[in-house]
Write a protein that binds this ligand. Structure first.
Ligand SMILES: NC(=O)C1=CN([C@@H]2O[C@H](COP(=O)(O)OP(=O)(O)OC[C@H]3O[C@@H](n4cnc5c(N)ncnc54)[C@H](OP(=O)(O)O)[C@@H]3O)[C@@H](O)[C@H]2O)C=CC1
Ligand SMILES: O=C(CO)COP(=O)(O)O
Length: 346
């Protein structure tokens, strides 16, 4: 039986443990608090994934050394804002040969780095060869119930991605591989901004037309930023791109969408985040992407308006009016004929 360590004991960490455990893996979750570890060891993570009986191969502990000791793979299931801190604390106990899987979807706000870049800074460039991002349309509430789900394991090194594909793949959890780490990371992080936006539109009681428009034009601006940072055009039409955008913008499981709905209904950002009770990654990512767009010289009008609503007290309704009142545009030219995408598609 292989041992797998999971850093974090929230909803996604627990659901992924539930995927790994029946495959003859002993899965140990690192909780911050003893009370949560005790709850999980009781057989159900009632705080983060209620109603799911946990597999007996799953346990939880607050002792990092104990959790990481002898682990063949380490899955980071904590929010982006604490990834560096948890990584630095973990590194002394991680076997240099272990594969590191990160499932967080966000950027480091203070540096605007992707999380693989944070990993490389702390663990070294060589260690990136065993670093894999697992992303795609997947809510913990459904994965916990073995509802069919497809994801993508991305790494600059295909053998590492294939290892993670084998590690996680089950009859209800299908994993593809992709070598475009940049595109997969950006797709997963940036769709949360658009989910906040579609949530806001729902909270304002706009219709399906508005939501479809926001998703489509949201994907256009995600793609534009991604191409400027070296991502592959095609990744954005895959599971980590449009796939994740669809699930996050349409599902009531989405924390980002639910937060947006509350803002659209008139709650403050703080009240809306508080009401969700779990991490709402899109809030920090909006600020990060806003700065990234400026740095890259890329137009991201939806991100700009969501930034204004979240951080500059702009009314959501004015944000929608600003988007609708923009100058006339060609739909596709900016992406299809951009220098970068032509290079990628050649
Ligand atoms: N939930 C989902 O369906 C999916 C989530 N993701 C991504 O996975 C990541 C985790 O999300 P999710 O599981 O939903 O989050 P949750 O809010 O459910 O759980 C967060 C976990 O991280 C811990 N944590 C929070 N802040 C800190 C900190 N400062 N230092 C150390 N540990 C901390 C929490 O501990 P404590 O309980 O002590 O606060 C908890 O164990 C996010 O990046 C999210 O985008 C990706 C795909 C699906
Ligand atoms: O990334 C996710 C689904 O793929 C989770 O999105 P939320 O954080 O909005 O729930």
């Amino acid at each position: 039986m292989a041992k797998i360590a999971v850093i974090g004991a929230g909803s996604w960490a627990t659901a992924l443990a539930q995927v790994l455990a029946p495959k003859d893996n002993s899965v140990c979750l690192l909780a911050r608090r003893q009370d949560l570890a005790d709850i999980i060891n009781g057989g159900e993570n009632s705080r983060y994934l209620p109603g799911i009986s946990l597999h007996p191969n799953i346990s939880a502990d607050t002792d990092m050394e104990k959790v990481l000791n002898g682990a063949e793979a380490v899955v980071f299931g904590v929010p982006s804002h604490c990834f560096r801190e948890m990584l630095v604390k973990s590194l002394p106990y991680i076997n240099p040969k272990s594969t590191v899987v990160n499932v967080a979807k966000g950027l480091e706000e203070s540096t605007l780095l992707r999380l693989s870049e944070v990993f490389a800074e702390e663990a070294g460039e060589e260690a990136l060869k065993r670093y894999v991002v697992l992303s795609g349309p997947s809510h913990a509430e459904e994965v916990g119930k073995n509802i069919p789900t497809a994801l993508v394991a991305a790494s600059s090194e295909i053998p590492a991605a294939e290892y993670v594909q084998d590690l996680f793949m089950t009859g209800s959890f299908r994993v593809y591989t992709n070598q475009d780490l940049v595109g997969v990371e950006l797709g997963g992080a940036l769709k949360n901004i658009i989910a906040l936006g579609t949530g806001i539109a729902d909270g304002l009681e706009f219709g399906d037309n508005t939501k479809a428009a926001m998703m489509t034009r949201g994907l256009a601006e995600i793609t534009r930023l991604g191409l400027s940072m070296g991502a592959s055009f095609l990744t954005f039409s895959g599971l980590a791109g449009v796939g994740d955008l669809i699930v996050t913008c349409t599902s009531m499981h989405s924390r980002n969408r639910r937060c947006g709905i509350e803002i659209g209904k008139g709650k403050s950002l703080e009240e809306a985040v508080e009401s969700v009770k779990m991490v709402v990654e899109g809030v920090r990512t909006t600020r990060g992407a806003w700065h990234l767009a400026k740095r890259q010289g890329i137009e991201m009008p939806i991100t700009e308006q969501i930034y204004q609503v979240l951080f500059e007290s702009q009314s959501p309704r004015v944000g929608v009016m600003n988007l609708m009142g923009r100058g006339k545009k060609l739909e596709l030219e900016e992406i299809a004929f951009s220098k970068v995408s032509c290079t990628v598609l050649e």
